[in-house]
Ligand binder design. Structure first.
Ligand code: ATP
Ligand code: MG
Length: 415
């Protein structure tokens, strides 16, 4: 579990604010739900034989002996909250959430035990139009963040539950006949979660799959049509994608559309955003049948990607605009003046020097602070009703500016 230090938090704030603004622009509204849920909720939604539920959850009994789990993902809690608060029946909802998730995994670059996701879920829309719009929205996000060269979209259709069941048994039959060529993990999955074998990393297993039954021969007509329409809409909107027929996702609740945005810039942890359609989940958790689709992106991986791509605007990395050097003995007057300037330009990030010391050491601190302007409150200038202005990142002589013009000067310079 990581500490996020002050040097990194501006990047996170930029990322979170950019995503929040984009989602708001598409009519999504934020929902906040607890970090803890009943363990049962995750078992029933994610699935008993998935990696998350089998190996990765932080589960404990509370003082009443109830089994609780730190949420490993957001969809289950979002569905639970929306259903319990009457947001789903006969309604269309576009929702988003952000926050920490917990999985007991082997920590490595881009893989932590407490990590963060920003996710979106849409309820009440069965057609491919919303699938396409969601992917268009994420594509828009990569463009805003300057990451469009770094990511590629993979999509697949998992069809209906019946089609998946028929395919599963055909796949299991085939793989059972070639079990000697299967890697150990896949052998285990053959009885628990055989579709996951499709995205096995083992080369011999992948070679075996080249001759395995293909889902395309099993997919139901409705899902086939849904997928074809989705692809048409992506093409019309110029959203590049690849069909990956071995993309299955690790969670039980998905059907029809699934997708991942992946990058090669982060080593093995290549998936930055992933999701799909889960039309059966709301009913499975006790609600009325409600079509739904959602995705989640990993904030740590996005932050790593942004850092690597170097597309973060300079103003984000700079945490201070102005440093005020206090070279007068009259601290009350200095404070009153600075507070006055703040009121006039509330968006300027301004730090007043505290703790005393000579002008030389204060100027050093001003320079180290990252600010681009130092305001110097000196006896002589103040006697004339003025303040010294020094540009810290430019070759320009120091200026003396009347106090009443300071706010405007700062605002125009920092625009
Ligand atoms: P992976 O294949 O990398 O394990 P996943 O299929 O388990 O991913 P999801 O459950 O779909 O991931 O979560 C969506 C996104 O959340 C992932 O694409 C990734 O960006 C991020 N994510 C998942 N697990 C972690 C983790 N342990 N640490 C950091 N980010 C994570
Ligand atoms: Mg995982």
């Amino acid at each position: 579990m990581n500490d996020l230090l002050p040097g990194e938090s501006p990047l996170w704030q930029y990322l979170e604010q950019t995503v929040a603004a984009l989602l708001a622009g598409y009519g999504y509204r934020e929902i906040r739900f607890p970090i803890l849920e009943q363990t049962e909720l995750f078992k029933r939604s994610i699935g008993e034989v998935t990696d998350i539920v089998e190996k990765e959850m932080y589960t404990f009994d509370d003082r009443n002996g109830d089994s609780l789990t730190l949420r490993p993902e957001g969809t289950a809690g979002c569905v639970r909250a929306a259903e319990q608060n009457g947001l789903l029946f006969n309604q269309i909802q576009r929702l988003w959430y952000a926050g920490p998730m917990f999985r007991h995994e082997r920590p490595q670059k881009g893989r932590l035990r407490q990590f963060h996701q920003i996710g979106a879920e849409v309820f009440g829309l069965p057609g491919p139009d919303i699938d396409a719009e969601m992917l268009a929205m994420t594509w828009q996000l990569w463009k805003i963040l300057g990451l469009q060269e770094q990511v590629t979209l993979q999509i697949n259709s998992l069809g209906s539950a019946e089609a998946r069941a028929a395919y599963r048994s055909a796949l299991v039959d085939y793989l059972n006949d070639h079990i000697e060529a299967l890697d150990e993990d896949s052998r285990r999955r053959l009885t628990s979660n055989p579709l996951r074998i499709l995205d096995s990393k083992s080369e011999s297993t992948q070679a075996l799959l080249d001759r395995a039954p293909v889902f395309d021969d099993f997919i139901d007509a409705e899902s086939r049509e849904h997928f074809a329409q989705l692809r048409d809409q992506l093409e019309a909107a110029d959203i590049p994608y690849q069909v990956n027929s071995r993309l299955v996702r690790g969670l039980d609740y998905y059907g029809k559309t699934v997708f991942e945005w992946i990058t090669s810039a982060l080593g093995a942890q290549g998936t930055v955003c992933a999701g799909g359609r889960y039309d059966g989940l709301v009913e499975q958790l006790g609600g009325k049948p409600t079509p739904a689709i959602g995705f989640a992106m990993g904030t740590e991986r996005l932050a790593l990607l942004l850092d690597a791509a170097g597309t973060v605007p300079d103003s984000i990395a700079r945490q201070l605009d102005v440093y005020v050097v206090v070279a007068v003995d009259d601290q009350p007057r200095a404070l009153a003046l600075v507070e006055g300037i703040r009121r006039e330009c509330p968006n300027v990030r301004l730090q007043m020097h505290c703790g005393g010391g000579g002008i030389k050491s204060q100027m050093k601190k001003a320079d180290k602070s990252g600010a681009c302007i130092a305001l110097i409150l000196g006896e002589d200038e103040l006697a004339q009703g003025a303040i010294g202005v020094k540009y810290l990142r430019e070759e320009q002589p120091q200026q003396v500016v009347p106090i009443e013009q300071i706010a405007e000067k700062l605002t125009t310079h920092l625009e």
